[in-house]
Design a protein around this ligand. Sequence first.
Ligand code: G3P
Length: 227
Amino acid sequence: MQYFIDSANIPAIDAICRSFPITGVTTNPSIICKEKEDLKKILTGIRNVITQKRLLQVQAVAKTAEGILAEARAVRLLVGDPLAIKVPVSREGLRAIPMLKNEGFLVTATAIFSPQQAMLCACSGADYVAPYINRFDSICGDGEQLVHAIVNLFDASNIDCKILGASFKNILQVESIMEAGAQSVTIAPELFDGIVSHPMTDLSLETFDRHWNEVYGGASIDTLLNA
Ligand code: G3P
């Protein structure tokens, strides 16, 4: 499983990278705009935090394939690799994908809401397809079913393209699309506490601490062993 952080907030990215097994960071125009900061500063700031060890995903805003390619080149010049260009699915997006692949970019086809969109983008050469789970669930779609259908189509055609689950509003959505077969997920900073914690874990740890305090007065193991 690959975990991405869906954010352009540098302190949040930094804090999460220090604890979690993070493959990279995904952004989109709305996420970038939320920071209300110079674009160069945001992108270089993210790269400085994640270094060249993690993948940075930046979404193109141009509407033509040539424009998307020009944006991709400019982003690469600024932040280097590893870099994935997110391309919203459309006719021009499909045209842009092989052009980006020819120049060695990783490509994430994004804003996917149907299995056919995913299939077309994968056949055009996308490395990832990003179905939007909560946005689909919230219009009475079924994000989990969408991922199942994409997995089945890709399996049937032996397609080597990862599903990057995106747009989550709760932990159950994350869990269910992992079970449905997504190989990667991108999660907003505010959901990371939810995926690591559980009330029963907290309760168990409280019990361990109480017992330890009763017998050893809370001393650490190395203090006790080095005494
Ligand atoms: O990165 C794209 C996707 O995660 C959008 O999420 O929360 O705006 O639906 P959201």
